[in-house]
Design a protein around this ligand. Structure first.
Ligand SMILES: NC(=O)c1ccc[n+]([C@@H]2O[C@H](COP(=O)([O-])OP(=O)(O)OC[C@H]3O[C@@H](n4cnc5c(N)ncnc54)[C@H](O)[C@@H]3O)[C@@H](O)[C@H]2O)c1
Length: 327
């Protein structure tokens, strides 16, 4: 099978690694002459991470072909994933170009973090095969991919995209209704906005905010999400008791809701200085390795307990074993 990739940056490179290490060939278009080097680095990180994550027999890796146009990326592809910068005009152009080449049954997915699929469909041939397939960085390790239909999307396109994502070890979460930011980014943006206010108001440094997550709630989120956690926090009396106890605080309110701090030069300077200090001279590559090693350990712990992303990993390993036996 061949997947066409449009854009090979942080996310496109991550998709490249996810597909190639699951035995799928890719044809990748990215106008940046440095893209092959970056994709290579991503593949190296992914090989390192997957080598530690699982003993399951991965298939022979797919081939990587860099091509010179979106049309060439679409040629012969049975699925297309677009990962260009978050600009609607640019994405529309690419999606339309790919749709003129790819036969009507080829599903075309966009990695957009928040653009509405109904808007992306405009100008495409056979817009019914367009879906959002919104992944999370690093794409080769995190299984979540939010799948969201636009007004013209056919249900079969959603099913086919979900099936492909499942076959490469992911957890497709179909978003029931087309909304800005889908599900996860709405949650993440709320936290991000609050975090910026805390730095802006000099309540906390960026490191203290990260500590507030990684020493406490962040550890719980990977296994329990948020509602299941609060169900437990309600004790035997359950969620209603929890809401009675903590519901009133929502009215005060503690958070800044949708207000956004102005991104003044002063605030940007503070964010930059504190974030650089926190990185403590470690390169992005070193930090990526550390992040991946920790993610691998978390995924393995979740697999041992049959929970969440660990269950997705166990299911994928079973599929890989079955495929290896058939081979
Ligand atoms: N970074 C994240 O955490 C994240 C997570 C999920 C989804 N996304 C989404 O993924 C998409 C890509 O984001 P990213 O973080 O990989 O950005 P990025 O800047 O790392 O990569 C974008 C790539 O697109 C290439 N590009 C520029 N013009 C192009 C064109 N005309 N055709 C094809 N490629 C082109 C660039 O050279 C670059 O390599 C965006 O829609 C973004 O919202 C990002």
């Amino acid at each position: 099978m061949t997947v066409g990739l449009l854009g090979g940056g942080v996310i496109g490179g991550g998709w490249a690694a996810r597909f190639v290490l699951n035995g799928i060939d890719i044809r990748l278009y990215d106008p940046d002459p440095d893209a092959p080097r970056k994709v290579d680095l991503m593949l190296e990180n992914a090989r390192h991470a997957l080598g530690r994550l699982t003993y399951a027999p991965l298939p022979a890796p797919g081939g990587v072909t860099f091509v010179a146009s979106p049309e060439e990326a679409a040629e012969g592809a049975s699925f297309i994933q677009e990962n260009a910068p978050e600009r609607i005009d640019l994405k529309r152009e690419l999606l339309a170009a790919a749709s003129r080449v790819a036969p009507s049954e080829v599903v075309i997915a966009s990695s957009t973090s928040g653009l509405l699929p109904s808007l992306l469909q405009e100008g495409m041939e056979h817009p019914e095969r367009l879906t959002v397939g919104h992944p999370f960085n690093p794409v080769y390790l995190l299984p979540l991919v939010e799948v969201c239909a636009g007004a013209a999307t056919a249900p079969e396109a959603i099913e086919r995209a979900a099936e492909l994502y499942r076959s490469v070890g992911m957890h497709p979460l179909v978003v029931r209704r087309e909304v800005d930011g889908f599900i996860a980014d709405r949650l993440l943006e709320a936290i991000w906005r609050e975090a910026l206010w805390l730095v802006h108001d000099e309540v906390a440094t960026v490191e203290e905010i990260d500590d507030a997550i990684r020493y406490g709630p962040g550890l719980r989120w990977s296994s329990m999400g948020t509602f299941l956690l609060y169900r437990i926090a309600g004790g035997e009396a359950g969620m209603r008791h929890f809401m009675a106890q903590f519901g009133p605080a929502l009215q005060w309110p503690w958070s800044k809701l949708t207000d956004v701090p102005e991104l003044t030069e002063e605030l940007l300077e503070r964010l930059e200085q504190q974030s650089d200090a926190q990185a403590a001279g470690r390169s992005v590559g070193e930090l990526e390795r550390l992040r991946d090693d920790c993610l691998v350990a978390v995924l393995q712990a979740l697999r041992a307990n049959g929970v969440g992303a660990g269950q997705t990993l166990a299911d994928h390993e079973r599929r890989l074993l079955e495929r290896a036996v058939v081979r």
